[in-house]
Ligand binder design. Structure first.
Ligand SMILES: [Zn+2]
Ligand SMILES: [Zn+2]
Length: 347
């Protein structure tokens, strides 16, 4: 006999319904987690990515407490404050052995918690308990702790690109990922940071979190970025938007010897023809990509949050209960005047 719980069921960006589901049963090695805060991610509103699986309960940036532990769980007990990763690596495949944990099949869809973070409770499978559940450091709130995953993704990206101290950085697209990139690059000793977005509101936010200049994305984006950088191209370019013109601008604004991080996916089926001779040849440009965050990235992100290095609490602009999750999705999908939207399932 199980009780019922409330969930926000996702049908589309414009159709998110408050529904009831049974509270998940847990087995050996598993945890029932009570969700206190759950961030809406840009990827939650990528309809093309979700539409084959609807209806479903989304939400993967979760913080809460241990409600119940299954047999054999020794590292956690009822009442512990935790964050949980939805996808975890196998730690045994070739990708994992070579440090590419986020390319692992287990991480890319083989694992998940159930039903999803926009619910009162989730079941953490044993493999997630084993390597994807982390104590929230003392002094960190549930809301701040929801940033472990998004900041972990950003940290992984910047670890891959290895921004040198004093090196210039262009961040194209200043939604929450772009802002976290700006803030992290600033904290890690980057030189001049110039951010670009189509939204003036988000550019203002980028200034607040460490950008030196911002430019509005338009057809002269590359030229404007270079102008803002004193006529120089950038040593690091981070692409946090899937807009093809912005990606073209990134290719045009990276300096010789520079690195481009492709952080965001494009729209479905989009491609980009590039002149190898003009854009890359003789330029020693490095292209790199990251997807998601590995357990080590979550741990490092939590530590950055605990230390106050990245002021994530200041990035939260809206909070809603499960019944108003639809409003939160509308805000994130609309890309208007919001940064981080948090769902509080216990409200
Ligand atoms: Zn996310
Ligand atoms: Zn693996």
């Amino acid at each position: 006999m199980t009780g019922q719980m409330r969930v926000a069921m996702y049908y589309s960006n414009k159709d998110v319904r408050l529904e009831n589901m049974p509270i998940p049963e847990i087995g050996p090695g598993e945890i029932l987690m009570k969700i206190e805060a759950s961030g809406i991610c840009g990827s939650d509103v990528m309809e093309w990515y979700r539409r084959d699986k609807v209806p479903l309960v989304l939400g993967h940036e979760v913080a809460g407490t241990v409600e119940k532990v299954g047999k054999d769980v020794t590292r956690f007990k009822k009442g512990d404050w935790i964050v949980a990763a939805h996808h975890v690596p196998c730690n045994t495949c070739d990708y994992c052995h070579h440090g590419h944990h986020t390319a692992c099949k287990s991480l890319q869809g083989g694992t998940n918690f159930h039903p999803g973070g926009f619910a009162e409770f989730v079941r953490l499978p044993a493999i997630n308990v084993d390597r994807g559940t982390f104590p929230i450091p003392e002094g960190v709130s549930f809301e701040e702790a929801t940033f472990a995953e998004p900041l972990g993704c950003v940290l992984r990206g910047q670890n891959k690109m290895r921004i040198k101290h004093g090196a210039s950085v262009f961040v194209i697209g200043t939604g929450i990922s772009g802002l976290l990139h700006v803030s992290l690059a600033r904290a890690m000793g980057a030189g001049k940071i110039i951010a670009a977005d189509i939204s003036e509101y988000r550019n203002d936010m980028a200034m607040r979190f460490g950008a030196d200049y911002t430019v509005l994305s338009d057809k002269d984006l590359a030229a404007n970025l270079i102008k803002a950088n004193g006529g120089k191209k950038a040593q690091n370019v981070i692409i946090c938007t899937g807009a093809i013109p912005a990606i073209k601008a990134a290719l045009d604004s990276v300096d010789k010897g520079g690195t481009i991080l492709f952080f965001a996916p494009t729209g479905e089926g989009q491609t980009l023809p590039v002149s190898i001779n003009e854009v890359f040849w003789k330029k020693e440009v490095t292209l790199t990509t990251t997807y998601a965050a590995a357990p080590a990235d979550h741990i490092a992100a939590l530590e950055l949050i605990r230390a106050g290095t990245i002021p994530v609490d200041e990035m939260i602009t809206h909070r809603f209960g499960l019944a108003d999750a639809q409003k939160g999705f509308r805000l994130v999908a609309g890309g208007g005047d919001s940064v981080k939207v948090i769902i509080l399932p216990q409200e």
